[in-house]
Write a protein that binds this ligand. Structure first.
Ligand code: RNT
Ligand code: ZN
Length: 421
């Protein structure tokens, strides 16, 4: 067990070290406390959901691994999420999907409405968390040849348009019941494995379908839509209808949020560089913080350079207020609760490290063409005692410090997860 008194001692020194640079560590912790991370519920059950859990996962996304303890029921998932939330400092949110509805009879994707999410609203109230929504456009027989909202068949489009409309009702219900914004994120898998002849008609059909889904007005304090593009998915390598440029334009022309999933780009592209190019024109961002590894876009988030670039951009450009931070990964080779904790804590750590910098002074140096100071200070900052501030943040927010949380996960495995199989 980490000794609280050591955390306090280290923090006292760190506070002084940062103060010498003009950085207020208490203010940084206050700022961090306000940032909500929206947890991806699907990490807990390998994206099976409860509507058709035996259906194969489609849409060009995949979960690999068979670590024991996967959640199979709403109660199991809720319990695992609770466990994770106790190990992550602060108050957060949860992202749901249509397939996580808890209906009292068998229902299809286009039939579930707010009443089928009461389970999660009650849970969220108890936990003091917010809820975000995602309509599910995959893992269903009506995904025809990898097409949903951009399908050439009207009947297929109409089915998925209804799923989209229902998700808005559900998201609006979340926002109203919980008194905080619910982001409703749209991602569809539509595309071709091989080179298409006609690249334009599917995109025109997608615009029409989305416009129809979004025709009804909802109070944007309750719900707002976000649209998520992608470079490609497995089996859909040659053409993605909802490309990045497509949704960038859609979001700007329709006043929607643009979702940037960090795993959806060419590996050498720096997603953090997109924010400041979009924000002056756009309403706001939704992030799917993820980690691409070669062809896979969804590894557990770690505090790597890509994540640090993301958090530095948001903090330095002061865009946290207009950015909704969500996690998106699925790893079944490790303890699934630990995956949430690692992803969320790493994101918070990266935010904190970005906040612990003399940003105003550095901006001033830059304006004065003093690039030497900019380079030297940002480089020295990397070895400042940020870990001591992070530990203090955990301690102050009654969550385990250092690897202590892992002991709790091991206990939970023994008591709960390993008893499931
Ligand atoms: C898929 C998208 C999408 C999904 C979730 C489950 O490539 O990233 O966000 O991961 O909806
Ligand atoms: Zn995503």
């Amino acid at each position: 067990m980490v000794k609280a008194e050591n955390v306090e001692k280290a923090y006292a020194v760190a506070k002084e070290r940062y103060a010498e640079l003009g950085v207020d560590t208490d203010a940084a912790m206050e700022q961090l406390k306000k940032v909500k991370i929206s947890m991806n519920c699907w990490q807990g059950d390998d994206l099976h959901g409860f509507l058709n859990p035996d259906q194969e996962l489609t849409g060009g996304i995949g979960v690999s691994g068979d670590y024991p303890g996967v959640a199979r029921t709403p109660d199991e998932l809720a319990s695992d999420l609770h466990e994770a939330l106790t190990l992550i400092p602060g108050k957060h949110k949860l992202q749901l999907h249509t397939i996580y509805a808890v209906p009292d009879r068998k229902k299809d994707f286009d039939e579930v409405g707010p009443e089928d999410f009461k389970y999660w609203v009650d849970w969220a109230k108890k936990e003091g968390v917010g809820l975000d929504m995602n309509p599910t456009f995959f893992s269903h027989p009506k995904v025809k040849y990898n097409f949903t909202l951009a399908s050439p068949e009207k009947a297929t489009r109409d089915y998925w348009i209804e799923v989209g409309k229902k998700s808005r009702e559900i998201s609006n219900y979340f926002g109203k019941e919980l008194g905080q914004l619910s982001v409703n994120n749209f991602w569809i898998p539509d595309g071709f494995k091989d080179n298409p002849i006609d690249k334009q008609s599917p995109r025109e059909r997608l615009i029409k379908s989305l416009d129809e889904i979004f025709a009804k007005k909802y109070d944007e304090n309750n719900t707002i839509e976000a649209v998520e593009g992608k470079l490609f998915g497995t089996g859909i390598e040659s053409y993605t209808v909802g490309s990045h440029l497509f949704y960038n334009n859609y979001a700007i022309s329709r006043g929607k949020l643009w979702t940037i999933d960090a795993g959806h780009w060419h590996p050498t592209e720096d997603v953090s560089d997109k924010f400041s190019a979009f924000m002056p024109f756009g309403k706001g961002l939704m992030l799917h913080v993820s980690r691409p590894v070669r062809w896979d876009s969804d590894h557990v988030v770690i505090m790597d350079d890509a994540l640090m670039r993301i958090t530095r951009s948001l903090v330095r450009d002061n865009e946290l207020d207009r950015t909704n931070i969500g996690l998106d990964f699925f790893d079944a080779t490790i303890n699934r609760v630990a995956a949430w904790v690692v992803g969320a804590r790493s994101t918070q750590k990266a935010l904190l490290q970005a906040m612990l910098a003399p940003i105003d002074q550095l901006k001033k140096a830059e304006l004065n063409y003093d690039f030497t100071t900019r380079l030297a200070v940002t480089e020295e900052l990397k070895s400042y005692p940020f870990g001591a501030v992070w530990d203090e943040f955990c301690l102050k927010n009654n969550t385990p410090v250092g690897t202590d949380w892992l002991d709790e996960i091991h206990q939970y495995e023994k008591d709960v997860l390993f008893k499931r199989n």
